[in-house]
Design a protein around this ligand. Structure first.
Ligand code: ADP
Ligand code: 5GP
Length: 199
């Protein structure tokens, strides 16, 4: 059963390319992976669908979920709240697909304390200058949020340097090469899942 395949936690500085890599993965292996849709209090970006990119909620709604103890983990990032509901992970596990979570470093630290038993992948930008250019080029940030996101990037990079923080580090310089690294990391899981299904 897919239950023996570990969920995958992806983390890395904002603008490092996590969503870009995951979008390709979901397109190519639609039958194998599913994204754990988090809750957030940030405003939706252009094109982000409620329930698909995130469950967009108010601060009050978010607090209510915390109170009910329905989050597996939650954290504040760049002035907004983000959280993984226990239900979102459970729902995916029931579909038999491999659950993928995209969380910042406090999420990684919290998930490590749960019984999720995940694999951890860090997506690293080639350098800070490129990261800043990509984040700005994405056109989603204000001057203030850009500053906040870049300020937290160094902390994420320092954490990734500590032995044992991540199982794999992907340097996202050339996109094709980064995507190949991601596929290589997940190849065994994909094979196991498909073999199990064909039995
Ligand atoms: P994250 O999800 O980690 O915040 P994104 O996937 O949104 O990052 O990527 C940030 C921006 O950088 C996007 O505009 C994306 O198209 C671009 N980008 C991602 N990877 C690369 C790459 N290897 N080379 C050039 N641009 C990239
Ligand atoms: P963005 O606003 O760019 O979509 O996401 C900002 C940051 O929040 C990213 O680093 C992303 O990994 C993180 N994030 C998204 N969902 C969650 C979540 O449920 N929990 C935590 N801890 N971080 C999240």
């Amino acid at each position: 059963m897919a239950a023996s395949i570990k969920p995958v936690v992806i983390s890395g500085p904002s603008g490092g390319g996590k969503s870009t890599l995951l979008a390709r993965l979901f397109k190519e292996f639609e039958d194998c992976f599913a994204f754990s849709v988090s809750h957030t209090t940030r405003q939706p970006r252009k094109g982000e669908e409620n329930g698909k990119a995130y469950h967009f909620v108010t601060k009050e709604e978010f607090k209510e979920i915390i109170k009910k103890n329905d989050f597996l983990e939650h954290a504040e990032f760049s002035g907004n709240m983000y959280g993984t509901s226990k239900q979102s992970v459970k729902d995916i596990q029931q579909t038999g697909r491999i659950c993928i979570l995209d969380v910042e470093i406090n999420g990684v630290k919290s998930i490590k304390k749960t019984d999720l038993n995940a694999r951890y992948i860090f997506v690293k930008p080639p350098n800070m200058e490129t990261l800043a250019q990509r984040l700005e080029g994405r056109g989603t940030e204000t001057e203030d949020s850009l500053k906040k996101r870049l300020a937290s990037a160094q902390e994420a990079l320092d954490f990734a340097e500590q032995p044992g923080s991540y199982d794999h580090i992907i340097v996202n310089d050339d996109l094709e090469s980064a995507y190949k690294q991601l596929k290589d990391i997940l190849a065994e899981d994909i094979e196991t899942l498909r073999k199990t299904r064909s039995k």
